[in-house]
Design a protein around this ligand. Structure first.
Ligand code: NAD
Length: 479
C-alpha cells in the first residue's frame, strides 16, 4: 500500500491523522496520506521563510539548476512506476499518464536551463547616475495544485518558482496526494536541496490552503483550479497584497469553417473533448460549425464520441477512464441531465456504462443548441459533455465564441491560413490552436483572459510571476 507523509523543513512527518486514497475506476484502496490542517501549513511556511533568508538558495542559480537537473534524472528512472500510480489515483488512460510525466520531465529541464538566465538590466539615466534593475526571487511561493494533471500542473509552477530562487510550499489536491508525494520524493530527498527550500503538506479540508492565502509570510500564491475558488482566493489575499498567479476555468470553443474534412476534424475534436474524461481546463466544450456542414458534423461527431472506449485506465484498450470520484461524477451527471432536458436536440445521451458500476464512469454526451446563453454553453461542466452550435459568417462565429465569461483557449479549423489567423486574432482567449486542440508546451506561455485567470505559467513569462524587479540607484559621478 502507498503511503504519503508531509515533508517540512527537510523531514517526512505526520501528526497522526490519515485519509484514504481510492482508485476512481473501482473504489479500491490505493493507500493513505497524512491529513494536515492550518498548523501543518504554518510549519511548512515557517520552514520556507527561514530557508529563503539564507543566500545559499535564493542567490545561487547554478545550484538551482543542478537540483532541477538531478530531480529530472531521478524521475526519468521512475517513469513507468509513476505513470501507473497516476492512472490508479486519477483514472486517466495510461498513455495519457505516460505523456504527462514525459512532459513534466521536459519542463523541469526547460526551467533548469532558465535558472541561469534571469537577467535584469542597467541604465545610465544621467552622467554617472546608474539605475540597476535586479530581477530577484519574490520570496516564499505557495502552490495549490489540482488533481486533473498533477504532474504537469505541479511542475509548471514549482520549476519556475525554484528556478527564480523562491522557496516553496506545495499543497496538492487530496485526490492525487499519493502521486504528488511520489513525484516530489526524488527532489525532496536530494542531498543538494537544503531543508525548507521545498515543503509539502496535504489535507482533506481547506484550512491549510486558506492559511497560505491569508498569511503575509507567503509572497506569491499560485493556484490552479476553478474560477469560484480563484475569486475567493483573490478576495482573501487582498489584505496582504501578495502576488497572485491564477489559472482558472475555461469553456473552449472549436470553430469549424466550411472548407475542412469534417470526418478527420470530428475525430480530433472527440479526442479533445474526452481527454481526462473531459476534466481538462482546455478540453473542447462547444463546437461551432458552419451551417453548410452541420449535418455532416452531427453525424461524424456522434459516431466518434460513441466509439470512445471507456474503462480502467490501466487497460491498454481504454481511451477514457472514470471521472475523479463519485461526487464529481454525480455533480456532472446532474448538470448533463438538465442540459438534456432543455437543449434543442440530443445526438448522444451519455450515462453510466454497464459493467463498470463500482467506478465513477460517464460516457460522452453530445447535444445541439442555438442559444449560446444557455447554461450549458456558458458554465464550465467538468466532464464529457459537448455542445454543437452553428454559424453563418465569420463574425457570427467570433461573436458566439466570445460570448463567455471565460477566455482560456479555443481552436480554429480551416484550410485557409489567412482566415485562421484573422479568427485567432479576434478570439478573446489566452491560447488559440489552428487545426489542433490541447497542444501545450513547456516553452509556450499559457493562461487566461477574463475569468480564466491572472498571469501565465509555462514559458519564460512564468519565471516573472515568481520574481520582483528591484531598482538600485547609484550616482558614481563623472571623471
Ligand atoms: P477547485 O476550485 O475545487 O480547487 C480545489 C483546491 O482549492 C483544493 O486544493 C482546495 O484545498 C483549495 N481551496 C478550496 N477552498 C479554498 C480557499 N478558500 N482558499 C484556498 N484554497 C482553497 O478546483 P478543482 O476541482 O480542484 O479543479 C478543477 C478546476 O481547475 C476546473 O475549473 C479547471 O478548469 C481548473 N483548471 C484550470 C487550469 C488552467 O490552466 N487554467 C488547469 C487545470 C485545471
Amino acid at each position: 500500500m502507498q503511503q504519503a507523509r508531509h515533508f517540512i523543513d527537510g523531514q517526512w512527518c505526520d501528526d497522526g491523522r490519515w485519509a484514504d486514497s481510492l482508485d476512481p475506476a473501482n473504489g479500491e484502496l490505493i493507500g493513505r496520506f497524512a491529513d494536515g490542517d492550518e498548523g501543518t501549513a504554518r510549519a511548512a511556511v515557517a520552514a520556507a521563510v527561514s530557508a529563503f533568508a539564507k543566500p545559499q538558495w535564493s542567490q545561487n542559480p547554478r545550484l538551482r539548476q543542478q537540483v532541477l537537473l538531478e530531480w529530472a534524472a531521478a524521475l526519468q528512472r521512475r517513469q513507468d512506476e509513476l505513470a501507473t500510480l497516476l492512472t490508479r489515483e486519477n483514472g486517466k488512460a495510461l498513455a495519457q499518464s505516460r505523456g504527462e510525466i514525459a512532459g513534466a520531465i521536459s519542463e523541469i529541464l526547460y526551467y533548469a536551463g532558465l535558472a541561469r538566465h534571469n537577467p535584469g538590466h542597467v541604465l545610465e539615466v544621467a552622467p554617472g547616475e546608474f539605475s540597476t534593475m535586479l530581477r530577484e526571487p519574490a520570496g516564499v511561493a505557495a502552490l495549490i495544485i489540482p488533481w486533473n494533471a498533477p504532474a504537469v500542473l505541479l511542475v509548471r509552477a514549482l520549476a519556475p518558482a525554484l528556478a527564480a530562487g523562491c522557496t516553496c510550499v506545495v499543497k496538492p489536491a487530496p485526490q492525487t496526494t499519493l502521486f504528488n508525494a511520489a513525484l516530489l520524493a526524488p527532489l525532496l530527498e536530494l542531498p543538494s536541496l537544503a531543508p525548507g527550500v521545498v515543503n509539502l503538506f496535504a489535507e482533506c479540508g481547506h484550512a491549510g490552503a486558506a492559511y497560505l492565502v491569508a498569511t503575509p509570510l507567503v509572497d506569491v500564491l499560485s493556484f490552479t483550479g476553478s474560477t469560484a475558488t480563484g475569486t475567493r482566493i483573490m478576495q482573501d489575499a487582498a489584505p496582504t497584497m501578495k502576488k497572485l498567479s491564477l489559472e482558472l476555468g475555461g469553456k473552449s470553443c472549436c470553430l469549424v469553417l466550411d472548407d475542412v474534412d469534417i470526418a478527420s476534424v470530428a475525430l480530433k475534436i472527440a479526442a479533445a473533448a474526452t481527454i481526462i474524461s473531459g476534466q481538462q481546463c482546455t478540453a473542447a466544450r462547444r463546437v461551432l460549425v458552419h451551417a453548410s456542414r452541420a449535418a455532416e458534423m452531427k453525424q461524424a461527431l456522434t459516431a466518434a464520441l460513441a466509439e470512445i472506449r471507456v474503462g480502467h485506465g490501466l487497460d491498454a484498450a481504454t481511451q477514457m477512464g472514470p471521472l475523479i470520484d463519485r461526487s464529481a461524477r454525480d455533480g456532472v451527471e446532474q448538470r448533463i441531465a438538465l442540459a438534456l432536458d432543455s437543449c434543442d436536440e440530443v445526438l448522444l445521451a451519455g450515462g453510466r456504462p454497464a459493467g463498470l458500476d463500482s467506478g465513477a464512469f460517464l460516457t460522452p454526451t453530445l447535444i445541439t443548441h442555438h442559444d449560446s446563453a444557455a447554461f450549458f454553453c456558458q458554465e464550465e461542466i467538468f466532464g464529457p459533455l459537448l455542445v454543437l452550435e452553428t454559424f453563418d459568417s465569420e463574425s457570427e462565429a467570433v461573436q458566439r465564441a466570445n460570448h463567455s465569461e471565460f477566455g482560456l483557449s479555443a481552436s480554429v479549423w480551416t484550410a485557409d491560413g489567412a482566415r485562421a489567423m484573422r479568427l485567432a486574432r479576434a478570439l478573446r482567449n489566452g491560447t488559440v490552436w489552428i487545426n489542433d486542440h490541447n497542444k501545450l508546451f513547456a516553452e509556450a506561455e499559457t493562461g487566461g483572459y477574463r475569468k480564466s485567470g491572472l498571469g501565465r505559467l509555462h514559458g519564460y513569462d512564468a519565471l516573472l510571476d515568481f520574481t520582483e524587479l528591484k531598482h538600485v540607484y547609484q550616482n558614481v559621478g563623472s571623471l
